[in-house]
Design a binder for this molecule. Structure first.
Ligand code: URA
Length: 430
């Protein structure tokens, strides 16, 4: 295998044979293909795409780079959810304990921040002590004991996705239908599921912003899942504004806790219960999504989903006290209010700009070696359609120092749109 020839062939739009794809990715894991060669190859894929056989070969390589779990010993349904990535998307933190509380096993393998979007692992690790790097043995034990565990890709499961995911995040190679499909589906198929729900984001804060592309992505992933015998359902949800009113790791944990208490922003709750309902239907718990929504709402309002979250935090080494006292989450030294200096009606805060500003504040990575600051970001973000009088709050910046806070303020003001195309409905029709 000559890596340079394969990179050039993909660059020139040639279709590679499945065994060439397999050899290239196996070579990467073995150290024969260098990091910079993989980055070049990924960029060629972003620009040229992959054919169906190439995509299948990529999914196979990624899936079989580590163990494929058989969790049948747990008994009962095992259903997970994965999002294609958005700004302020803290749904998994609420959804996983909620669905586990209903009696479904949720073996959730998530990712870190990717490009301008936040990642579930970085959010969970904002909770002091929380460990996402569990061994396979411990993952199984926790699933057996609590029905839910949330981990990252490891040397044992989906190691190829772990490396590619980190590399793509810092090389501008995320926004690719085949790369997103293979990344998500390889992780999810390794989890040994009986059902999978996909939250496919649509709008400028998503990696594939266009609705037609998002629908193709959804169809592609559903076909991959079903092809491997996993009943898979996709919902399209709006990412043309941030989800909820926070963006940034610890701030999003705080908002997820509000939702788990039956409070918090309506959009976060609606997306969460919609996806939970799909998971309940796949688990044969409910006959219709409507019944599933009612079940999910009751679990949030009664506080039992919050208790399951507390159990999970304790089991994964985190400080359970944050559940009752979110003030114990990391806090940024500078909090700056951003107020409008004239009256306006907010069409929306452009979500990609908000996500990029979080990364600039230190809440995401620009280089592979960057550490993430859990405390920084934005909260109290004004929702779309808000009528703001002069002096009203647009949002608050949480920053490491005054200079960053000033830059964050500028970015938030730049994200303001007073007019534009009609926004997508929060949950798009099928
Ligand atoms: N989520 C993933 O796990 N991978 C992607 O490529 C995008 C979102």
């Amino acid at each position: 295998m000559n890596p340079v020839r394969l990179i050039e062939a993909k660059r020139d739009g040639e279709t590679l044979a499945p065994d060439e794809i397999s050899a290239f990715f196996a070579g990467y894991l073995e150290g024969v293909v260098e990091e910079y060669q993989m980055a070049a190859f990924l960029m060629a894929v972003v620009l040229q795409g992959l054919g169906p056989d190439e995509l299948q070969a990529l999914v196979r390589s990624m899936l079989h780079s580590g163990a494929v779990l058989n969790l049948a010993e747990l008994g009962g349904p095992r259903v997970d959810k994965h999002s294609t990535g958005g700004v302020g998307d803290k749904v998994s933190l609420v959804l996983a304990p909620l669905v586990a509380e209903a009696g479904v096993h949720v073996p959730m393998m998530s990712g870190r921040g990717l490009g301008h979007t936040g990642g579930t692992l970085d959010k969970l690790e904002a909770i002091p002590g929380f460990r996402t790097d569990l061994s396979l043995k411990r993952f199984r034990e926790l699933l057996g004991a609590h029905r839910v565990a949330m981990i990252g890709q490891t040397d044992e499961i989906a190691p190829l996705d772990r490396r590619l995911y980190a590399l793509r995040s810092v090389t501008g190679t995320v926004a690719s239908l085949p790369l997103i499909s293979a990344s998500i589906m390889s992780k999810k198929l390794a989890e040994g599921l009986t059902g999978l729900v996909l939250d496919v984001k649509v709008g400028s804060g998503a990696f594939l912003s266009d609705e037609t592309d998002a629908r193709t992505l959804a169809r592609t992933m559903v076909e991959i899942g079903e092809g491997y015998g996993v009943p898979t359902r996709a919902r399209l949800t709006a990412m043309d504004r941030p989800l909820g009113r926070t963006a940034g790791n610890a701030l999003e944990v705080r908002e997820a806790l509000e939702c788990l208490r039956g409070e918090g922003p309506d959009d976060l709750r609606r997306v969460t219960v919609t996806l939970a309902a799909e998971m309940f239907v796949l688990a044969d718990l409910d006959a219709t999504p409507e019944a599933g929504v009612a079940r999910a709402e009751a679990l949030l309002d009664s506080g039992v989903a919050l208790e399951r979250f507390r159990t999970m935090v304790r089991a994964q080494g985190g400080a359970p006290e944050v559940v009752d006292d979110p003030g114990r989450l990391p806090r940024a030294p500078v909090v700056r209010e951003v107020r409008v200096d004239r009256g306006l009606t907010l069409h929306r805060l452009e979500p990609r700009a908000v996500g990029e500003a979080v990364v600039e504040l230190g809440g995401g990575r620009l280089r592979l070696s960057d550490a993430v600051d859990p405390a920084v970001g934005f909260d109290e973000l004004a929702p779309p359609g808000t009528r703001l009088a002069s002096g009203d709050l647009l949002g608050r910046v949480h920053a490491r120092n005054e200079a960053d806070a000033r830059r964050g303020e500028g970015a938030l003001r730049d994200a303001v749109e007073e007019e534009g195309e009609a926004l997508h409905p929060l949950i798009l029709p099928d």
